[in-house]
Design a protein around this ligand. Structure first.
Ligand SMILES: C[S@@+](CC[C@H](N)C(=O)[O-])C[C@H]1O[C@@H](n2cnc3c(N)ncnc32)[C@H](O)[C@@H]1O
Length: 339
């Protein structure tokens, strides 16, 4: 394992941990019931696993597939395809996932701007496309001949007109710049707290309050395209209810599963890379002891850099453990190793 600075909190697995966690990963070779597959991480090619997954059982699908650019996922290389080939590949994913979704399901698909152009028409053919969220990635390589590529998209789609959308669960707490008052002097649409004046606002489809995980954050892993937990929390809180089943067919480091568990949803996650699946299991185990989500406290999403204003006892560093959604046998197995 690489030597890292003391303050570097990147989660890794030692060889011993990989050996211990490996056998806890699953793979499908025949049909399985929802009960038997709920809260599992599958180490498998999505295309091999999908035909065996139970039909019409998924409430929320969060999909973050490789974008159409060459990327080395620790040995599993995804090669950029021609536009036609990428569209064919993406359509074959949609063909596999469509039967798994409940009629009331929501689907979020992550992409960059180039991939968005290719997948949007395909999503429109199959689902009701309701919005495109654009989020600021903060990181990004500068270019001397083009604008720096600093945003990503998330397509918000549903299977039908009937779907879950919990707007109250995803409100933003923002500082008030112009604290207007009613004629009688009471605050207009804002609240006065000990540490300032705030407003709870409806979130738009432009998200600028996220930090891509980096080395000093406990959620960070070495995954090359890991999504922030705060981002997943917004999707999961808005578009599912406690107890619902969330599927991520390209799980990577486990972010969707970890946040689903922290928010009392069930999950199924699939990734082709065994090390990533092991990181996901280790993160799930840690989430048992620390279910906090950076940037989400006291039932609201906070602006970046407001940790000191977030209520003590509810913020990421001092939250209390919440009950597990993991089956007790697997919790025990994972807890029995020294992580
Ligand atoms: C964009 S990353 C997902 C990152 C993830 N959202 C996270 O927060 O860590 C895409 C993932 O798809 C996985 N992958 C690529 N092809 C796959 C396949 N055919 N079946 C399953 N997983 C695959 C890669 O290993 C990679 O981890």
């Amino acid at each position: 394992m690489k030597q890292r600075a003391l303050r570097n909190r990147t989660l890794t697995c030692s060889d011993q941990e990989l050996r211990t966690l490996g056998p806890k990963l699953r793979s499908l070779h025949g049909p399985i019931s929802v009960e038997d597959i709920t809260d599992s991480i599958l180490h498998q090619d999505f295309f091999e696993a999908a035909p065996y997954l139970p039909q019409k059982c998924i409430d929320l699908l969060i999909m973050d597939p490789p974008y159409n650019r060459s990327k080395n996922y620790h040995g599993h290389v995804f090669k950029a395809k021609t536009k036609d080939d990428y569209q064919d590949w993406f359509l074959s994913i949609l063909d596999q996932i469509q039967p798994l979704l409940k009629p009331t399901a929501t689907l979020y698909v992550c992409s960059d701007w180039k991939t968005s152009i290719l997948i949007a028409p395909l999503l429109e053919q199959t689902f009701q496309v309701r919005n495109r969220i654009t989020w600021e990635r903060e990181k990004g390589r500068g270019s001397t001949s083009n604008w720096k590529n600093n945003t990503e998209d998330i397509w918000f789609c549903t299977v039908s007109e009937h779907y879950t959308f919990n707007i109250e669960a995803v409100k933003h707490k923002r500082r008030v710049m112009a604290p207007y008052r009613h004629e009688n002097g009471t605050p207009k649409d804002w609240i006065k707290a000990e540490d300032g004046k705030f407003r709870l606002t409806h979130p738009s489809n432009l998200w600028t309050d996220l930090s891509v995980p980096f080395w000093s954050m406990p959620e960070n892993t070495d995954h090359p395209t890991q999504k922030p937990e705060k981002l997943m929390a917004k999707l999961i809180l808005a578009s599912s209810n406690p107890g619902d089943l969330v599927l991520d067919p390209f799980l990577g480091s486990g972010t969707t599963a970890v946040v689903a568990q922290k928010l009392h949803r069930h999950f199924i996650g699939i990734d082709i890379n065994q090390e990533y699946c092991s990181w996901a299991l280790k993160r799930l185990n840690r989430a048992e002891a620390d279910p906090s989500i950076q940037g989400y406290a006291d039932g609201v999403f906070w602006e970046r850099n407001t940790l000191h204003q977030q209520p003590k006892g509810h913020r990421s560093s001092d939250a209390q453990p919440m009950p597990s959604t993991m089956p007790p046998d697997r919790c025990q197995e994972v807890n029995s190793t020294e992580f």
